[in-house]
Design a protein around this ligand. Structure first.
Ligand SMILES: [Zn+2]
Length: 187
């Protein structure tokens, strides 16, 4: 788990995230959580993209097995259960609101973007709208910060402690990349 300030992001990290997303990862400011194998599971994205677009989702779940597990939980109505938990338990509701403010503070430590002021992710501070975003926050912040993200991870068939990474194909030389000398020396 990692919150800002982040260590520099390596080209290998970017390649893995790009493979996870199926498109070139852009505007990545940090790797907020990693699998036991070291592969990124959560990326942090600049609050304002290079094209100027405001981007509220500071913590984004990229791991394909983790995202599938969250989609499964959403289909299994776990968001409704979590919404009921928020409504029934004032302590959970208060913790969830604190999580919202922590999320905003983390993001604003990178950049303050007026268009998205007060807007975090996943439905915080009062609703449960996206388990992917909430689990991503829990993975970045560690347990005990986001109570709903914690529930999602507890219920998930994917665990950050067990590597279920596919072969991202990032350790083979990229023929389009002139810095990959391997390709040319073999050719
Ligand atoms: Zn892994």
């Amino acid at each position: 788990m990692t919150r800002p300030p982040f260590a520099p992001v390596s080209e290998r990290d970017i390649r893995i995230v790009s493979a996870q997303l199926g498109r070139r990862a852009r505007n990545v400011v940090g790797i907020a959580a990693r699998c036991t194998c070291g592969a990124p599971t959560v990326v942090s994205t600049a609050p304002r993209l290079s094209d100027g677009t405001p981007f509220p989702t500071f913590y984004y779940l990229t791991h394909p097995v983790a995202t599938a597990a969250m989609s499964f939980l959403e289909a299994a109505q776990v968001m409704i259960e979590c919404g009921e938990l928020l409504a029934a338990d004032p302590e959970v509701a208060a913790a969830y609101e604190r999580a919202h403010h922590e999320y905003l503070a983390d993001r604003e430590s990178i950049a303050v973007v007026p268009e998205i002021a007060g807007i975090s992710a996943g439905g915080m501070p009062t609703r449960v709208k996206c388990l992917h975003a909430l689990a991503a926050h829990s993975l970045a912040a560690g347990p005990g910060v986001n109570p709903i993200g914690d529930v999602a991870l507890e219920r998930s068939s994917w665990s950050p402690d067990v590597c279920q990474c596919p072969d991202y194909g990032v350790d083979v030389p990229d023929p389009a990349d002139p810095t990959d000398d391997d390709t040319r020396s073999r050719a």
